[in-house]
Ligand binder design. Structure first.
Ligand code: ASP
Ligand code: MG
Length: 420
């Protein structure tokens, strides 16, 4: 007998029939003698619809007769009130469906659990889950059906955790009630060596270390929200990724590095099209310039990722290139233009037709020549590398977006990840 947290994503609760199927999977665990807390997402597509409404509502009326439609950012506290609504519906429906099957269950909204978060509305971080009441009821045999994605911020306002956030809710709930494991049910049967939609020979991984999964998620693999992996790693929650539709086959276990016997140099390949590149030409080569550039960007909430600075030929002027999320490009350019005189650049160029491809593996620590294989593979395909960045267990390159699929396929073969 165990205490488990189960999580079901949007496609798993897309309609009532699927919600009943989810209820039957929960019931099965209860019949095995397990105590269960289940976390749900909104029905597939629902959150997108709610987000679009908030943008529409925030748009000011155009009265100048032009057809220029100004965009405006909605108040993030009200945005959260709206977008959190999708999960309220599915958690209530699942509780009803469970009771209809004779399984005692009740719904819990974020503030009721409570899932306490920071005040960063729209992308709040979970700070604590003091779920004593819920924990006691779960222990007494009542299934807790928790609304994912939402929490409560200081001042008792509803918050949300950023897109894909119900993975994080699930792992945090698992940690909060001291669950023995967290099972994330989704529309794929595990974590793959790369995106199977691009590489048909991608293989499911039996196991992946927390560290590698953290890199995979933050470098673009969409299977889990990055923060959920951080919490799983921090609280050492054994976490599995499984398919809702074929729950008894496959699956991937997130585990400690020591539990992985065969350490290949590269475990997986991730890519992200959510990239834009900015180059500042002819900036002064002197102390304080990097701070003058990245300070304003940080202040406007732009996350800078890869950075390269060239050596200056004359010790006076140099060029600096870096990447930002594509959606933040306009914000970043505005911040740089506003501080143009302090920074002292000649001009700015930018490019959104770029993508980042990354190889990830704990085996990299002990194998030599791993990066070289990447560079020569891309060279063989005639793909130019624009920026490189590395950490102990990953190498990322920025390339033209049109070559992403070619690069990922070629690297998947080069590192011998293709399924037989
Ligand atoms: N419903 C939210 C979203 O679409 C949270 C989630 O599905 O994890 O982002
Ligand atoms: Mg998701």
């Amino acid at each position: 007998m165990a205490t488990i947290a189960m999580k079901f994503g949007g496609t798993s609760v897309a309609d009532l029939e699927r919600i009943r199927h989810v209820a039957s999977l929960v019931k099965r665990e209860v019949e095995r003698g397990n105590k269960v807390a289940v976390v749900v997402s909104a029905m597939a597509g629902e959150t997108n619809k709610l987000v679009a409404w908030t943008n529409e509502a925030a748009r000011p009326l155009v009265q100048d007769g032009s057809n220029r439609i100004p965009a405006a950012i909605p108040d993030q506290r009200e945005y959260d009130v709206v977008v959190a609504a999708g999960e309220q519906v599915t958690c209530g429906l699942l509780a009803i469906a469970l009771n209809a099957m004779g399984v005692k269950a009740r719904s819990w909204l974020g503030w009721q659990v409570p899932i306490e978060t920071s005040a960063m509305h729209g992308s709040a971080r979970i700070e604590a889950v003091p779920a004593a009441d819920m924990k006691a009821r779960v222990a007494a045999g009542e299934v807790a059906v928790v609304a994912g994605f939402q929490g409560v911020a200081p001042g008792s306002r509803i918050s949300t955790l950023g897109r894909g956030g119900s993975d994080t809710s699930a792992v945090a709930v698992a940690a909060g009630i001291g669950a023995d494991r967290c099972d994330i049910y989704t529309d794929v049967d595990g974590v793959y060596t790369t995106d199977p939609r691009i590489v048909s020979k991608a293989r499911r991984l039996e196991k992946i270390s927390f560290e590698e999964m953290l890199e995979m998620a933050s470098l673009g693999a969409k299977v889990l929200q990055t923060r959920s992996v951080e919490i799983a790693m921090l609280h050492r929650v054994p976490t599995r990724v499984l398919s809702t539709f074929t729950p008894d086959v496959g699956g991937t276990l997130l585990c400690d590095e020591e539990d992985i016997v065969e350490k290949k140099p590269v475990t997986g390949i991730a890519y992200s099209r959510d990239e834009a590149k900015i180059t500042l030409h002819k900036i002064p080569d002197r102390p304080g310039v990097a701070a003058a550039i990245f300070g304003p960007l940080a202040d406007s909430g732009v996350n800078v990722d890869m950075i390269v600075q060239n050596v200056s030929e004359d010790n006076k002027k140099t060029d600096l290139t870096f990447t930002v999320p594509r959606g933040d490009l306009a914000k970043a350019l505005a911040a740089l233009e506003k501080h143009a005189s302090e920074i002292g650049y000649r001009d700015i160029t930018h490019d959104s037709n770029v993508a980042k491809v990354s190889i990830i593996g704990i085996g990299m620590r002990t194998h030599a020549g791993v990066a070289q294989t990447m560079f020569s593979t891309l060279h063989d395909k005639g793909i130019n590398i624009q920026v490189i960045s590395t950490s102990e267990i990953k190498v990322s390159v920025l390339i033209a977006e049109e070559y992403v699929e070619l690069a990922v396929r070629a690297l998947h073969s080069a590192y011998e990840l293709d399924a037989a």
